[in-house]
Write a new protein. Structure first.
Length: 434
């Protein structure tokens, strides 16, 4: 068997356009005997780096096999490979840096968090590899294998460090803060955006990140396992031709796909509620016997309750129906702060609407009215809590939007529409809080 294994190793040492089905099977079936060969291949790549023969491929396969074998003894060696010069790593691993390296590091992790921390903070190393290492740290925290305080302190160190360590790292930090549900770190998240270090094209805007912090879909930052078989369909190997049936969708399939796409793209629209229809509030009563003549707040009169449900769909869920292990806005903010934030959310969130002069003016009017309502509530909150500065309000009350930012936006809107009395009121408030 040793000779068979050695031959299989030799046959995958250099690049080939044929997927090595038999060789991979032999290596997979002989884990213990194969590991020394695999370890030696990675050592060779680390030592020779850019001098490695151009068509040498064994180190690449070795990386995946060690991940498949969950070989934790090789974690320091894999970290050495991940920590070579950025361009060299690209030469050695190519797209595997972004696609698979983080998963392999996670699977082979041996408990040495410091080695990951040092690599992440090293601006000389490949940014994509370091971003993957951050995901490893986040997944270890979600698994319960890294303390919350330790990870948060590490994030704060990077955010507050004056030396730039890479754009991708900052964007990954913003994602990490959200996916680990670190609401205590909203100040750090805001700092990443305010300093233009978090990329909105990667993360969405600050308010989008806040929403993501309260989402708990089943998702992982790193995969739990890896198999060399994932390479079977990769472009590096010549693929078998597909039959015409496999290559083409049937006409029926295309029609069904088109129908589903239209359903997915069509936005829900508000429906007029009849007097005898069930009340939208969910009471079970008829509309005429329930909310038809109910007094409305200023916010209610701007849009219907159905529209509120539509546009607040992604807003953090209420704590009325708690689920164990989840965070809720009510755990950190009082009801008044949340209501102000909802008005701002409805005012400032981006809405997909047809762009013409009529709809643009309608949207602008709607935004101003929501801001007017938010400002009225803001003044009451400010007076009640004896808040003196923007910073104080933000620390206690701001959620999706920082008060100086939205007040300035509201002030400019009032100025452009020449609503001078309202403008002066906002102006006086801002001057007072500077």
């Amino acid at each position: 068997m040793e000779e068979t294994l050695r031959k299989a190793i030799e046959e995958i040492t250099y690049a080939s356009d044929r997927y090595p089905e038999d060789q991979f099977r032999i290596i997979s079936e002989n884990k213990e005997q194969a590991i020394p060969y695999l370890r030696a291949a990675i050592k060779k790549a680390v030592k020779e780096q850019s001098n490695l023969e151009e068509n040498y491929e064994l180190h690449f396969y070795a990386l995946f096999f060690l991940g498949q074998f969950r070989e934790k003894s090789c974690f320091p060696l894999i970290m050495q490979l991940a920590s070579v010069d950025s361009e060299v790593l690209d030469y050695l691993l190519g797209d595997a840096i972004t696609e698979n390296l983080a998963d392999i590091l996670y699977i082979t992790y041996n408990g040495d968090l410091e080695i990951i921390k040092e690599a992440v903070k090293n601006p000389a190393l490949n940014e994509y590899a370091r971003s993957g290492m951050l995901r490893v740290m986040g997944q270890l925290y979600l698994d319960g294998n890294v303390a919350k305080e330790e990870l948060q302190e590490f994030i704060r160190q990077i955010v507050n460090e004056e030396e730039e360590i890479g754009d991708y790292i900052y964007s990954e930090l913003a994602i990490l803060i959200c996916q680990c549900h670190f609401i205590e770190m909203l100040p750090e998240l805001w700092k990443l955006y305010e300093s233009d270090r978090a990329d909105p094209f990667v993360n969405g805007y600050y308010e989008d990140c806040v929403d993501q912090m309260f989402q708990y879909e089943e998702r992982r930052l790193c995969e739990e396992s890896i198999d060399v078989g994932i390479m079977r369909g990769w472009a590096m190997f010549k693929q078998e031709s597909k039959t015409q049936k496999q290559k083409k969708l049937t006409e029926k399939d295309l029609r069904e796909f088109s129908r589903m796409l239209k359903l997915h793209q069509s936005a829900p629209h508000s429906k007029k509620v009849g007097r005898n229809d069930p009340c939208p509030c969910g009471s079970g009563k008829k509309y005429k016997k329930c909310c038809l003549n109910k007094p409305q707040t200023s916010g209610d009169m701007i849009e219907s309750e159905q529209e509120w449900d539509r546009w607040l769909k992604n807003y953090p869920p209420s704590a009325k129906e708690r689920q164990e292990g989840r965070i809720y806005l009510e755990d950190f903010y009082d009801a008044e702060s949340i209501e102000i934030d909802k008005m701002l959310y409805l005012a400032l969130m981006e809405r997909p609407e047809m762009q013409n002069a009529s709809t643009a003016q309608t949207a602008r009017d709607r935004t101003r009215r929501y801001l007017e309502e938010a400002f009225s509530m803001f003044l009451k909150k400010k007076a009640k809590d004896k808040i003196k500065t923007f910073q104080e309000y933000d620390r206690k009350c701001s959620i999706h939007y920082h008060c100086k930012e939205w007040l300035d936006y509201y002030r400019r809107m009032l100025e452009s529409e020449e609503l001078w009395e309202m403008y002066q009121e906002v102006e006086d408030c801002c001057d007072e809080m500077e």
